[in-house]
Design a protein around this ligand. Structure first.
Ligand SMILES: [Zn+2]
Length: 448
C-alpha cells in the first residue's frame, strides 16, 4: 500500500528498499539477493539529509513506506518525441521498419508544422514527467527539407518551458552520409545553436559496397563533432542481418579519431544474430571506445523479426545485454517510439520499458545489476549530477512505490507511485488523449 506523503520540511521516510546500485557509496545496510537495501531516509528542506539504518528513530513528520521500493528519477536516453502520438493518422499496416519510415515521411510532409509537433512533444513530456522521468533525450527527424528548423525550434521552446522539471536533450536524426557534403553545414550550425547532439543512422552497407565508405563517413562525422565540440548519438544496426557490423566500425572510428566526446549507440540489434567471434570482437571494441549502448526493448521487439506476409516473429530484436554488461560496457534501456508507425503503443513510462527489458532479455536472475539502466547510467549521460544517485546532500528526487520487490514492481504498472521532487509530491497527472484531438485526426469509421 502506498503511503500518504506529508507536506513538511523535515520528513522521516521509514523502511524503504533502494537498489544498492543507485545508492551513494557508504550507505548503511546490507543488500538482499536482488540488491535491495532497507533504509530510513531523512528529508530536510528538499534534500536528502541522511541515509540511516532501518528502524532509526528520528523526529519529524513520518512516512512509513512499509518496505516499498524507492528509485531515483528515471532517465530516458533515446526517444522520438517529435513523431510520437501520430498513430491515429499514420498507421503501419505491415509493421516493418521500412513501412514505418514511409508512413512517417508522408505524415511529416503533410502535418509537421510547429503547432502539431509542439502539441505532441509536450504531451509526451507530460506523460514522462507524471511517470517519474527526470531527463530525456529525443532524436529529431531532419529528413524532410525545412523540418529541422521547425522541430528544433519546438525543442528549444519546450526545453526552456520544462527547465527545472525535466532535462530535455536532442540529437539530429539523419543519414550519416548527410555530413559528407559541406552544403549541409547549416544543419550542423542548427545543432550547435540548439545545444543538441550530432546524430545519424549508420545504414548497413549494401553487399559489394566498400566498407571504407562508412569509415570515411564516420571520420567526417567525428571530425565535425570534434571541431564543433558536440557529443554524438547514433542509430546503429537496427536489423537482424548478421552482416550488419556497423557498431564495430563506429567503435573503431572513435578510437581512430581519438574522439573524446561521448558516443551513444542505439538499437545494436544485429549482434544477437552474429557468431560468437564476431560479437565478442564488437563488444570488446565498444568497451574500449567507451560507447554507451542503449537498447529499445519495446520497440525492437515490435518492429524486428516481422515475417513477410505476416506470421510469428522468431527473434527478439535486442542487443546482447548480458554479454555487454559482463564486458563492462555501459548499457541503458530506453523507450524509443511511442504511438507512431514504429510502435503503436507506449506511454513514456520507464517502468514499462524496464519491465520489457527484464522479460525480453531474461534479466530477472541478476536484477541487482540492472536498475541503473533506466536511472543512473542514462542520467549521467544526460548530465544529471552523480546520475541522480540517492545520497546525503543530494536532492530529494525519487519515485516511491508500494511494491516491495521486483516481482511486485514489474507485475503491475504502478499507477499509484509517488513522484517526489525536491521533497514534495508532484501533482502532475497523465494527460487525456483528447487533448491531442485538435492536432491528430482520428481515423473515420469504416463500413463492415
Ligand atoms: Zn530510435
Amino acid at each position: 500500500m502506498i503511503p500518504s506523503w506529508p507536506r513538511d520540511d523535515r520528513i522521516h521516510v521509514a523502511n524503504v528498499r533502494i537498489p544498492s546500485q543507485v545508492l551513494a557509496e557508504g550507505a548503511p545496510g546490507l543488500a538482499d539477493e536482488d540488491g535491495l537495501v532497507t533504509l530510513d531516509l531523512v528529508i530536510e528542506r528538499g534534500h536528502v539529509g541522511a541515509l540511516l539504518p532501518a528502524g532509526s528513530l528520528v523526529d519529524g513528520a513520518g512516512c512509513d513506506a512499509d518496505g516499498g521500493m524507492l528509485l531515483p528519477p528515471f532517465a530516458d536516453l533515446h526517444a522520438h518525441l517529435d513523431k510520437g502520438h501520430i498513430f491515429p493518422r499514420a498507421r503501419n499496416p505491415e509493421g516493418t521498419l521500412a513501412g514505418a519510415r514511409a508512413a512517417t515521411r508522408a505524415d511529416t510532409e503533410r502535418h509537421w508544422r510547429e503547432e502539431d509537433v509542439e502539441a505532441r512533444f509536450e504531451f509526451a513530456l507530460e506523460c514522462a514527467y507524471a511517470h517519474g522521468t527526470g531527463a530525456v533525450r529525443t532524436h529529431i527527424d531532419c529528413f524532410v527539407p525545412g523540418q529541422a528548423e521547425v522541430s528544433f525550434a519546438v525543442f528549444r521552446r519546450l526545453r526552456e518551458r520544462w527547465a527545472g522539471r525535466m532535462v530535455v536533450e536532442a540529437a539530429a536524426l539523419v543519414s550519416t552520409d548527410l555530413y559528407d557534403t559541406p552544403e549541409n553545414g547549416a544543419l550542423v550550425d542548427l545543432i550547435v545553436e540548439s545545444g543538441a547532439r550530432l546524430g545519424g543512422i549508420t545504414y548497413r552497407l549494401d553487399p559489394g559496397e566498400d566498407p571504407l565508405l562508412l569509415d570515411r563517413r564516420l571520420d567526417r562525422l567525428l571530425g565535425l563533432a570534434k571541431a564543433r565540440r558536440l557529443d554524438v548519438d547514433l542509430h546503429v544496426d537496427e536489423n537482424g542481418a548478421p552482416s550488419s557490423t556497423t557498431l564495430a566500425q563506429v567503435a573503431e572510428a572513435v578510437m581512430r579519431n581519438a574522439y573524446e566526446g561521448h558516443v551513444v549507440c542505439g538499437h545494436c540489434c544485429s549482434m544477437s544474430m552474429q557468431d560468437e567471434p564476431t560479437y565478442r570482437r564488437t563488444i570488446g571494441l565498444a568497451r574500449d571506445a567507451g560507447l554507451t549502448i542503449v537498447s529499445l526493448p519495446m520497440v525492437n521487439q515490435f518492429l524486428q523479426g516481422r515475417i513477410d506476409g505476416g506470421g510469428t516473429p522468431r527473434w527478439r530484436g535486442i542487443p546482447l545485454l548480458h554479454e555487454l554488461k559482463a564486458a563492462g560496457v555501459n548499457v541503458a534501456l530506453a523507450s524509443d517510439n511511442c504511438r507512431d508507425p514504429y510502435h503503436a503503443f507506449g506511454d513514456h513510462d520507464m517502468i514499462e520499458v524496464f519491465g520489457a527489458g527484464v522479460r525480453i532479455g531474461h534479466l530477472e536472475a541478476e536484477l541487482d545489476r540492472w536498475p541503473s539502466s533506466v536511472t543512473t547510467v542514462p542520467a549521467a549521460v544526460l548530465g544529471v549530477p552523480e546520475g541522480g544517485r540517492i545520497r546525503p546532500g543530494g536532492p530529494a528526487d525519487f519515485q516511491l512505490f508500494g511494491a516491495r520487490d521486483y516481482s511486485e514492481l514489474l507485475a503491475r504498472r504502478q499507477p499509484d507511485r509517488l513522484v517526489i521532487r525536491g521533497g514534495r509530491r508532484i501533482d502532475a497527472v497523465l494527460p487525456d488523449y483528447r487533448k491531442l484531438d485538435r492536432v491528430v485526426a482520428r481515423s473515420k469509421a469504416i463500413a463492415t
